[in-house]
Design a binder for this molecule. Structure first.
Ligand code: ADP
Ligand code: MG
Length: 454
């Protein structure tokens, strides 16, 4: 009998999670809801379990109310929601039960943890090191491991998706693991501002200051966000100085170096550059390949080195896109139940490969066309109308339209300031000739290929 009841309820837990999936963003769901296991439900008491204390606390703090609400939406009232910690081998760790308390009062909610959730995947172990990020990595390790503050702040900067947030979380995990009592606070500059404004609104500014000034390690991600937000900058500056004076470690990330953060107050700019400034460079082919290998392995995907090399060659912007590509391939491979070939990759990732493909310029097109027809570059711009130069010029215009995103007037300008109607005429002419003249069609195809692969 009991078996049956449990069965029923656990079906409804999967129902609950599928509801949660709809209302939370993908990462949140993956990181914080997915690890939850259903334990029991007796009357209005619900017990869930998770593998770590940290997860337990985060879920209680941030998602317990959501879980209760989703139950309510399904017509099930949960009065008591508790979460226990279970080890991997499924043993309940005694004394780890925490019961969620409803907090309705805004002011109390304000006392929520000021830190944002840490991604369990963002650890040092999962970070692949190569030339472009070795300095940032070493600095992050140093901060995570040393007992004394040797440089303050650590300032990490680099383009989108190159691992800044990953490294900050890794430092936080590492310090928490070694020293659970340490008050490590990680948040985005945006959330910092939000907290600050909220404190102002609720006249809580003193406790806001206290909260931030009592942290042991403060990490503020994407600090460029507070550019132009004068009051927030001011408050941040004071928080920063107080913590530095108290010899507390600060880690900052941004998309640019302190000096290049235009619009940031000068005194803040210079203060941010006082410690160690470490940049993450765009990824090299070797590092891209290394990351792809590691991620494919994590996902238990068996990809041939040909496919991995193809991806490392083509997807160059950032790691997030590489992960996106692998996820898409994983789905297709499992659907097709076959080995992933380069052709499948090309097909599945068409759009991604296109945005990553090198931008071809009209200048390059003109250069190649000129070489191909053995004429002079100036013929591309000259008013000469003799067939021997007019036809190649039309070919170049045709290619400019078909393989760049330039507009007709822009193309016209690049060809000696011609009118856009001339460009239209050129394109039409080439299209017509191609129908009856396979050699021109071949020329076009060849030139297109040369341009796209050079
Ligand atoms: P940023 O904060 O610089 O925009 P993130 O830290 O959010 O970038 O990284 C984007 C994604 O790429 C994350 O999933 C992260 O785990 C992954 N990533 C970035 N760099 C690396 C690396 N060197 N090794 C493994 N994963 C990485
Ligand atoms: Mg980031």
């Amino acid at each position: 009998m009991k078996e049956d009841i449990d069965q029923d309820v656990s079906i409804s837990w999967s129902k609950i999670t599928s509801e949660l999936k709809k209302s939370l963003d993908k990462d949140t769901f993956q990181n914080w809801i997915k690890p939850i296991n259903f334990e029991t439900q007796l009357d209005t008491s619900l017990t869930l379990s998770v593998p770590t204390r940290f997860l337990r606390d985060w879920i209680i703090k941030n998602y317990a109310s959501v879980i209760k609400r989703v139950y309510q939406d399904q017509g099930i009232t949960v009065e008591k929601l508790s979460i226990i910690v279970k080890e991997n081998n499924n043993r309940i760790i005694p004394g780890t039960e925490v019961v969620y308390q409803d907090i309705d009062n805004d002011e109390d909610t304000y006392y929520d943890d000021i830190s944002a959730p840490l991604d369990p995947q963002f650890t040092f172990d999962n970070f692949i090191v190569g030339k472009p990020n070795e300095l940032a990595y070493a600095a992050a390790q140093r901060v995570a491991q040393s007992e004394v503050v040797s440089f303050n702040p650590l300032f990490l900067y680099g383009g989108v998706g190159l691992g800044k947030t990953h490294l900050m979380h890794a430092v936080a995990w590492n310090i928490k693991k070694r020293n659970p009592k340490k008050n490590v606070v990680y948040l985005t500059a945006e959330k910092f501002m939000y907290q600050f404004i909220k404190a102002l609104r609720f006249k809580n500014i003193m406790s806001f200051k206290e909260q931030f000034r009592s942290v042991d390690v403060l990490m503020i991600d994407d600090v460029q966000f507070i550019i132009g937000k004068d009051n927030t900058q001011e408050e941040f500056f004071h928080t920063f100085n107080t913590l530095v004076d108290k010899k507390r470690q600060i880690i900052i990330s941004a998309d640019k170096s302190p000096a290049d953060l235009e619009g940031l107050e000068d005194r803040l700019k210079s203060r941010l550059g006082w410690g160690l400034v470490a940049d993450i460079h765009p990824l090299t082919y070797e590092l891209r390949l290394g990351i792809l290998q590691a991620k494919a392995e994590q996902k238990s995907m068996k990809l041939t080195s040909e496919v991995l090399e193809f991806l490392a060659d083509k997807i160059t912007n950032n790691v997030r896109e590489m992960e996106g590509a692998l996820n898409r391939l994983a789905v297709h491979a499992s659907l097709q139940d076959s080995e992933v070939s380069v052709d499948l990759v090309k097909d599945v990732l068409k759009d991604l490969l296109r945005t990553n493909s090198r931008k071809i310029t009209i200048d390059e097109i003109q250069k190649k066309v000129v070489e191909h027809y053995n004429i002079k570059l100036s013929d591309m711009h000259s008013p000469r109308r003799s067939r021997s130069v007019a036809r190649p010029r039309q070919v170049a215009m045709y290619l400019a339209k078909s393989i760049t995103t330039r507009s007709l007037p822009e193309i016209g300008r690049k060809f000696g300031g011609r009118d856009h109607t001339t460009v239209i005429h050129a394109i039409k002419t080439i299209e017509e000739i191609m129908v009856n003249d396979p050699s021109l069609a071949e020329d076009i195809e060849l030139l297109t290929r040369i341009l796209q692969t050079s």
